[in-house]
Design a protein around this ligand. Structure first.
Ligand code: FAD
Length: 434
């Protein structure tokens, strides 16, 4: 890649998206080249970040395809970007080149019965609002509601709604139009069964320009905050609620250590008690409350239309809160049969352990995924924590690595067709084993 290639591309891009759709301003290049990887102390030390040479803002699929074709002709790396809220460095260019920012492709094109068709840069909240106007809601949404639907699909995995609807690749993504990095390039349309290579692919298999995603009938919900004496009782009550006929949109549990961090600024969370937070329907409150008191707990607060307050304490939002408050810690994203009771069983081997649980549908059953917080002292402390947790049947999905870890063969096979020069978000697909 030479500066002449960059100059040639920038001129081609201006003809495609206009002058205001291209920038080489250093501040804008830097802003477009970072995401939330600083949540990981290890990525902060090791992610080989670079800064884009040029940022482009297309408004439509045709422009994306023309830009991808120009990137191919100029042999320039191309990193797609939504809102940059990913936290594994997914949207960070590792070989400079082009960042293709989708934020101006933000139109919710149509809402039907059970689906919404949108451009990939549409914000999650905008799609949810359009759905609600028809008495529906997104089947899934990340706790980062300001992010984009394309970024959620390409870089995320689930969130609110996952107790009932699982992962983003479990039927949420109903179709996708994707621009390959070839020359010429034209968006290709993929049906639900064909979309797996674009979900959680970090943009390595093409630029998603438009999607159709699953909507479900909207339900009124109340946020219920409760306290329980220990993780086992909270997880037991939580599991019973998750297996009910109308699963909650969200259910989270925090161990005492996290509750003590949250309590001073969070109504409904008690210091030194386990916190259980659920988004339930109004007619479930009586039953849920009796389960909680029956397990030795107490309902601390209920809040009508409380989605936002429970979302703000789910998934990696808790990571943000804990790491802001406690120095020298890091997080591991976890799942496995041992997770609900890990806090009591593993704390002896991992002093300072704290556990956050979120409800999720895995292999068609409601289970828990979660985030384990432990003292951090470099990569070795992470490896040691992984070993301790493995001994307690807790699997780690390592959030301190920037390369794709699962389904790599699926992504690699599609990338060969959609990105023959390996220009799409280079460095995120692990190299083929020699
Ligand atoms: P970006 O970060 O901009 O991009 C993410 C990835 O997708 C990058 O690899 C990028 O190259 C690629 N990409 C973006 N747009 C396109 C496109 N149009 N075509 C192809 N590739 C594209 N994630 C969850 O799944 N659930 C959660 O509940 C959740 N909670 C979070 C909480 C916090 C506090 C933080 C920091 C992160 C959280 N995340 C969560 C991760 C992330 O915020 C979400 O996945 C978010 O939806 C990503 O959207 P984005 O627009 O910010 O994407």
């Amino acid at each position: 890649m030479t500066s002449k290639d960059v100059e040639t591309f920038a001129q081609m891009a201006e003809r495609i998206v206009g002058e205001d759709g291209v920038s080489r301003d250093p501040r804008r290049l830097l802003a477009a080249s970072r995401d939330r990887y600083e949540l990981s102390p290890l990525l902060t030390e090791t992610l080989p970040v670079t800064t884009a040479d040029v940022v482009v803002w297309p408004r439509a699929a045709r422009q994306v395809a023309d830009l991808a074709s120009a990137a191919y002709d100029c042999h320039l790396p191309l990193t797609p970007r939504g809102k940059g809220t990913g936290n594994y460095g997914q949207a960070v260019p590792l070989r400079s080149g082009i960042v293709l920012d989708t934020s101006r492709m933000n139109v919710v094109t149509e809402v039907g019965d059970g689906w919404a068709a949108t451009q990939s840069g549409a914000r999650i909240l905008a799609v949810e609002r359009a759905a609600r106007a028809t008495g529906q809601e997104l089947a899934l949404m990340p706790s980062t509601v300001g992010s984009t639907i394309g970024g959620f699909i390409a870089g995320g995995s689930g969130g609110a709604g996952s107790i009932e609807h699982g992962w983003t690749w479990d039927g949420f993504l109903m179709s996708a139009s994707v621009a390959p990095c070839t020359s010429p390039s034209d968006t290709k349309n993929f049906s639900a069964e064909e979309t797996r290579p674009f979900a959680h692919a970090y943009g390595t298999t093409g630029v998603i320009t438009d999607v159709t995603v699953k909507l479900v009938p909207a339900r009124d919900r109340v946020a219920l905050f409760a306290s329980l004496p220990d993780m086992e009782s909270a997880a037991g009550v939580g599991h019973e609620i998750m297996t009910s006929a109308v699963p909650p949109r969200l259910l989270s549990v925090d161990s005492r250590g996290i509750s003590t961090i949250l309590a001073p600024s969070q109504e409904g969370v008690r210091e030194d008690l386990v916190s259980l937070r659920i988004l339930v329907t109004p007619d479930q409150i009586g039953w849920v409350s009796s389960l909680i008191t029956g397990a030795g707990g107490a309902v601390e607060m209920t809040q009508e239309r409380g989605d936002a307050s429970v979302l703000a304490l789910a998934f990696n939002h808790v990571t943000e809160r804990v790491l802001k408050d406690v120095d020298g810690y890091c997080h591991l994203q976890v799942s496995g049969s041992g997770l609900p009771t890990a806090q009591a069983r593993a704390a002896g081997d991992l002093p300072g352990l704290m556990t956050h649980l979120d409800g999720f549908r895995i292999e068609d059953h409601p289970k828990f995924v979660g985030i384990i917080f432990h003292p951090y002292d470099g990569r070795a402390s992470i490896e040691r924590a992984k070993q301790v947790l493995a001994d307690h049947d807790v699997r780690v999905n390592d959030p301190h690595v920037w390369q794709l870890q699962k389904n790599v063969d699926i992504y690699r096979g599609t990338a060969q067709l959609m990105d023959p020069r390996s220009l799409m978000n280079p460095g995120k697909l692990p190299p083929e084993a020699a």
